[in-house]
Design a binder for this molecule. Structure first.
Ligand code: ZN
Length: 153
């Protein structure tokens, strides 16, 4: 029986080989943000479409384009699945939760610890390789940056 680490590796490779929600969205109406990790050469563009305004707006579509290593691209791919249909408030909480998983200091808020990570747990092994943490959070920081420019309520 394969161990948990093998399973995690399989999940990461699957998302790297078959990235989910890859492509572009017309912006506007989608919001576009670019992220760059010079340490590794990862460059990711996030396109996110939200319906509504403020923290209650709902993510109705998200696409990722760009290039990068297996960790940055698989993390971004998993992220797109994890945030689809969520409110901006829920997405921000998930970003904090994921950064916490990556051992990045975040200001946790009540309820954050209850958020299920699902497949994202496959990336927890990245913590053992500090240089790769920036790869894993690149898509997340880029999405957060995009959401910062959504219309206020
Ligand atoms: Zn990378």
């Amino acid at each position: 029986m394969p161990g948990l680490e093998d399973l995690y590796r399989e999940i990461i490779l699957d998302h790297y080989r078959t990235p989910r929600n890859r492509g572009e969205l017309e912006s506007p109406p989608a919001i576009e943000a670019n992220g760059h990790n010079p340490l590794c050469g990862d460059e990711i563009t996030v396109y996110v479409l939200v319906d509504g305004s403020g923290d209650d707006a709902v993510v109705t579509d998200i696409k990722i384009s760009g290039q990068g290593c297996s960790i940055s691209l698989s993390s971004a791919s998993m992220m797109t699945q994890a945030v689809m249909g969520k409110t901006v408030r829920e997405v921000r909480a998930l970003v904090r939760r994921f950064k916490g998983l990556m051992s990045i200091e975040v200001e946790e808020q009540p309820g954050d610890a209850d958020i299920a990570l699902g497949e994202l747990e496959a990336l927890q092994g990245v913590v053992k390789f500090p240089v790769r943490i920036k790869c894993a959070v690149l898509g997340w920081n880029t999405l957060a940056q995009a959401l910062d420019s959504t219309p206020a309520a």
